[in-house]
Design a protein around this ligand. Structure first.
Ligand code: HGY
Ligand code: MN
Ligand code: MN
Length: 432
């Protein structure tokens, strides 16, 4: 670990407090963009609503007087210079895109808290050693194309051309075509990455999206590692046929094969989670069938599969088992099967220096914290590949997320944002 002198003055000695009312006002304002029934929020990447949320952020950055840079894919960086303008910048932020019918806080809270932290620094004229950049990454969610952490993967030089091959949305729009319309092609992906020497570290505040902090009655989580997904599509091709005249023993029903697979996936993951250290979770989150009418046997079924764990070996073993099982089911039912890889990622450890620093920030305010892994994916998992990355969690009510029921208490949001500000001051002031 690089030797680091201790910070000249602790954040508390600056005694800078976030503006809670303004933080919650901005969070509310963004949450209304893409609002739907039951208070759900939908801002799919590159949709009008998601673009509008990014416009909101750019407007706020302009009001504060930040230097704004938008890269070719639409990632937004709002920079506040430090005493040493040439020093690598501390990046702090998250994402504004959401799942379909998602919640108000996933990603959004981290971007708005980062904005508030930098606005306060500017208002209080506190000049830190390093520049600080509020960052909003595009396309963190895999909901539209099956490809997650798109913007942060580009910045980190982590987009593999082969992973784009099967990334498409429900209407068949290919991610690769959208990127091409932005001038981003397979052969220039690497050139779009940011020079890591211009980045000091990355910090992200996020809702936990799980039940641990609430169960342990702790207001803050400090993240040690991030579970990573293996995602692929399964295409089952049987025989569409008449639902009335086709005898049961002559059918090649793609949906029944898919159903058998979905139950098998759950069984394998449940079994493995008991046997292996490190839970393995598996989900078929989306399915489409053809022709999809009441009086025809489904000839085709396409499934999306998401398997995750913080234990890389356990995850690999489950993926092998699950893929062998779908091939066995298809063979027995005389159905064709294609497995289309979307993305294969390994779990990512976060930076020990930042974990220690975040612990100190909590201890300075006598805040109880939980040291814990993240079951959800985040932009921090890409940024951790090019710079020290740290994450703070706040509790999610009943652990619910990716749902209109997603909720975090205002006081937890404000406490998380305050600790984010404290850690920004610490990191941007520490000299290596
Ligand atoms: O899907 C995830 O893990 C995250 O919420 N994007
Ligand atoms: Mn999410
Ligand atoms: Mn998120």
């Amino acid at each position: 670990m690089k030797s680091r002198q201790s910070v000249r003055a602790s954040p508390l000695s600056y005694n800078i407090q976030i503006n809670k009312r303004r933080l919650l006002r901005d969070l509310n304002a963004v949450s209304r963009i893409g609002i739907g029934d039951r208070g759900s929020v939908t801002r799919l990447v590159f949709s009008i609503k998601e673009l509008r949320s990014r416009q909101f952020l750019i407007h706020q950055m302009r009001q504060i007087g930040l230097q704004i840079h938008i890269d070719r894919i639409g990632n937004i960086f709002g920079r506040l210079d430090g005493a040493n303008a040439k020093a690598p910048a501390l990046l702090v932020g998250s994402h504004l895109d959401t799942v379909i019918h998602g919640g108000k806080f996933d990603g959004t809270m981290g971007v708005i808290a980062a904005l508030e932290a930098v606005r306060i620094l500017k208002e209080q004229k506190l000049v830190l050693q390093s520049p600080v950049e509020v960052v909003c990454f595009v396309g963190e969610e895999s909901s539209r194309f099956g490809y997650s952490t798109l913007g942060s993967s580009l910045v980190a030089g982590e987009i593999r051309a082969k992973d784009l091959a099967h990334a498409a949305d429900a209407q068949g729009t290919k991610l690769e075509d959208i990127l091409a319309s932005m001038g981003i092609y397979r052969n220039n992906l690497r050139s779009m990455s940011r020079d890591p020497s211009t980045i000091r570290a990355y910090l992200e505040l996020h809702i936990e999206q799980g039940p641990i902090l609430e169960a342990k009655k702790k207001p803050i989580g400090i993240v040690t590692s991030i579970a990573a997904p293996t995602r692929f599509r399964v295409v089952l091709t049987g025989q569409a046929d008449h639902s009335g005249t086709t005898p049961m023993e002559m059918r090649k029903d793609a949906l029944v094969a898919a159903s058998e697979f979905i139950v098998a996936l759950e069984k394998i993951c449940r079994r493995y989670s008991r046997m292996e250290k490190g839970r393995v979770v598996g989900t078929v989150g989306a399915i489409s069938i053809e022709p999809g009418v009441i009086n025809a046997i489904p000839g085709k079924a396409e499934l999306s599969v998401d398997i995750r764990s913080i234990a890389a070996e356990a995850k690999r073993r489950v993926v092998r088992l699950v893929q062998a099982r779908i091939r066995e089911i298809a063979r027995r039912r005389k159905i064709q099967v294609k497995i289309l890889p979307l993305r294969e990622e390994d779990p990512v450890p976060l930076d020990k220096w930042l974990i220690h620093l975040l612990k100190e920030c909590c201890e300075m305010r006598n805040i109880a914290y939980e040291i814990m892994p993240s079951g959800a994916g985040h932009d921090a998992m890409q940024m951790a590949k090019v710079t020290p990355a740290g994450m703070l969690f706040i509790p999610s009510r009943r652990g619910i997320s990716h749902s209109p029921l997603e909720w975090s208490e205002p006081e937890d949001i404000c406490l998380g944002a305050q600790l984010l500000l404290d850690s920004v001051i610490r990191v941007a002031n520490e000299t290596t």
